[in-house]
Design a protein around this ligand. Structure first.
Ligand SMILES: Nc1nc2c(ncn2[C@@H]2O[C@H](COP(=O)(O)OP(=O)(O)O)[C@@H](O)[C@H]2O)c(=O)[nH]1
Ligand SMILES: [Mg+2]
Length: 304
C-alpha cells in the first residue's frame, strides 16, 4: 500500500504542474516587479484558484515582498506556499465530533455524476472499519441502476442498506432509513440522493423534503448536509455550493476526482470564498481513495 502522502502527491501532479509548475518557470531568474506579479496572477486565475483568492494572494505577496525587501523571483514560491496554506487552513478542518451514542445522519447531495454514491461507499467502509454501525439509505430512486450501485457498495463494506424500488418516493425511503437507523442504534446513516430530477427546482424541493422527513423520523439525530463537488468543475463549484446550501444547508464539502485533474486549485477558491469546511477529498475510484482534507498536507503535496 502506498502511503497517503505519496498518493496525494501523485494525484495532484497535474494540478501542481498547472499551478506551481507554471509559476516556477515564470519566476526563474527574474526580478520581482509588477509584470511578474501580473503573470503570476494570470496563472492563478487560469488554474481555477478563483478571483478572490488570487487577489488576496497577489496583494499579500506584494506586501511581503515590499516589507522584506525581497527582489528575487524564486522567493515567490515559498511566500505563495505560506499564503496558500493560510487560506486553506482558515476553515475548520472537520465537523465537530457528535456526542456519544447519538445518531449522525449525513445527507449526501450534489449534482449528477460528481461521485456521491462512490463516496458513500468509501465512507461506509471507513466508518465501519472504525467500529461504527453504519446504515445506507438508497434515496436515489430515479434509476434502478443507482439502487444496484449503492447496494453493491453496501455489500462490499458489510453494512446494512434500506432501499426500495425504482420510482419510489425518495422521502419515504429516507423516512424508513432514518427510522431503521434509530431503531437499530446505528452510529451513522449515509443517505444517497439523486443529482438529477426533471428540473432543478424539483431536485431542491425533493432534498428539502428528505431533510424534513428525516428530522421527523429521527428527532434526536444530528443531521449534517454534505455536498459532493467534482474537482473538475472549476469555478462553477462555488455556485453549486451556494445553490445546495440555500436548499438544505451545507456542513461540509467533499471534493472528488482530484486525481488526474489539473483544476485542483479550485480547493483554494472554495476555502477562500465559502465558510464551509472541506472534510474529505476523493483521489480515485477505489474504496481507499478517500482522504481527510488536511490543508498543510495538501499545500505540501502541491509544492513537493
Ligand atoms: N477518478 C475518480 N473517479 C471518481 C471519484 N469519485 C467518483 N468517481 C467516479 O465518478 C463516476 C460517478 O460516480 P457516482 O458515485 O456514480 O456519482 P453520483 O452520480 O454523484 O452518485 C464513477 O465512474 C466513479 O467511479 C474520484 O475521487 N476519482
Ligand atoms: Mg449516485
Amino acid at each position: 500500500m502506498t502511503n497517503p502522502f505519496d498518493k496525494l502527491r501523485k494525484s495532484l501532479a497535474k494540478t501542481k504542474d498547472n499551478l506551481m509548475g507554471k509559476i516556477s518557470r515564470v519566476v526563474l531568474r527574474r526580478k520581482i516587479d509588477d509584470n511578474l506579479l501580473d503573470e503570476i496572477e494570470e496563472i492563478l486565475i487560469e488554474a481555477d484558484v478563483g478571483v478572490k483568492a488570487t487577489m488576496r494572494l497577489i496583494d499579500n505577496l506584494r506586501e511581503r515582498v515590499k516589507q522584506n525587501g525581497i527582489t528575487e523571483g524564486d522567493a515567490v514560491i515559498q511566500l505563495l506556499k505560506d499564503e496558500i496554506t493560510n487560506i486553506m487552513s482558515s476553515r475548520p478542518m472537520d465537523s465537530p465530533p457528535s456526542p456519544e451514542n447519538n445518531l449522525e445522519i449525513w445527507l449526501i447531495t450534489g449534482v449528477n455524476g460528481v461521485g456521491k454514491t462512490t463516496t458513500i461507499g468509501k465512507l461506509a467502509t471507513r466508518f465501519a472499519s472504525e467500529g461504527k454501525k453504519v446504515i445506507i439509505g438508497a434515496c436515489d430512486t430515479f434509476r434502478a441502476a443507482a439502487i444496484d450501485q449503492i447496494e453493491i457498495w453496501a455489500k462490499r463494506s458489510g453494512v446494512d442498506i434500506v432501499r426500495s424500488q425504482e420510482g419510489a418516493d425518495p422521502a419515504a425511503v429516507a423516512f424508513d432509513a432514518a427510522s431503521a437507523a434509530q431503531a437499530r442504534k446505528a452510529d451513522i446513516l449515509l443517505i444517497d440522493t439523486a443529482g438529477r430530477l426533471h428540473t432543478k427546482s424539483n431536485l431542491m424541493d425533493e432534498l428539502k423534503k428528505i431533510r424534513r422527513v428525516v428530522e421527523k423520523a429521527a428527532p434526536d439525530a444530528t443531521i449534517l448536509s454534505k455536498l459532493i463537488v467534482d474537482g473538475n468543475t472549476g469555478q462553477n463549484a462555488i455556485s453549486q455550493v451556494q445553490v445546495f446550501t440555500e436548499a438544505v444547508g451545507c456542513d461540509g464539502i467533499i471534493i472528488t476526482k482530484l486525481d488526474g485533474t489539473a483544476k485542483g486549485g479550485v480547493i483554494i477558491a472554495v476555502t477562500e470564498e465559502l465558510n464551509v469546511p472541506v472534510d474529505f477529498i476523493g483521489l480515485g475510484e477505489s474504496v481507499d481513495d478517500l482522504q481527510r482534507f488536511d490543508a498543510k498536507q495538501f499545500a505540501e503535496a502541491l509544492f513537493a
